[in-house]
Ligand binder design. Sequence first.
Ligand code: 3HC
Length: 284
Amino acid sequence: MEVKKVAVIGGGTMGNGIAHVFAMNSIPVNLIETKQEFADRALSTIEKNLNRMVKKEKITDGEKVSTLDSIEVFLDVEEGVKDVDLVIEAVPENYDIKKSVFEKIDKAAPGHAILASNTSSISITKLAAITSRPEKCIGMHFFNPVPVMKLVEVVRGLETDDETYEATEAAAKLLAKVPVPVNDSPGFVSNRVLMPMINEAIFCVGEGVATPEHVDEVMKLGMAHPMGPLRLADFIGLDVCLDILKVLYDGFKDPKYRPAPLLVQMVDAGKLGNKTGEGFYSYD
Ligand code: 3HC
């Protein structure tokens, strides 16, 4: 099955990036949001990121215009998914919200359509079980910033069939991404490895071992990471990091995944990183 048209549900950081890369690779996108103002914000972020690419001479002005023209906004999930081959859900990392989206898309999307989730840690098998087509459900886990990061973790649920995997892998390749197959397991591979590192960095700050700046300097200069773990945690969102750690902790029942108390406190205080202007660092 060839993916010729996609629907992206949610225009937040990940959703607008996913819409951006499909549209830029000539695959029409139905971008679904709950309110016009959220859709407008997503489109203006995409335009800003396309302008940056024009400025760096990675795409032409004409390609920018045709990318924006390939994105159509919908405020109704059922309407937005009814003529697509692939639906990618990118709504907040909360099982109940995703459950209601999967119920709707299963009813409204064509029978042949693949239902994918960009979840960073929720079980694909559990999301698939909500639907009448578990064999067509899969994880398509992109990385932020989506236009830049090459990886797509393609997560197979217990019942995902080979045809669905192959079509999803081919769609990722169309975007010039590198799909990596992973089986369904808490945090998949990416967040199972990344989040304990971020959590440990937060323990270091909480225990007074070093300042956020110094922890980040150690990892940037000593391990050649492009961003230190605390700057990266701010970039991902401290609430998202905490949610993922809770999924790991609940999934494995292993204390090594317990969230650092400082992380919990910062989330309670509403210091979520870049998106709220304050986390381990301050942002304008
Ligand atoms: N859209 C398009 N292009 C973008 C962009 C965007 N949103 N953001 C950055 N770029 C481009 C820039 O134009 C620049 O292009 P160039 O190489 O041609 O000059 C390039 O990316 C680098 O950007 P900058 O020069 O502005 O800044 P940096 O060199 O500091 O790089 C970064 C920024 C790419 C974000 C880099 O710091 C990085 O790779 N950080 C790590 C990001 C990471 O680990 N992401 C994964 C997070 S985990 C995740 O998403 C999964 C989830 O489940 C938690």
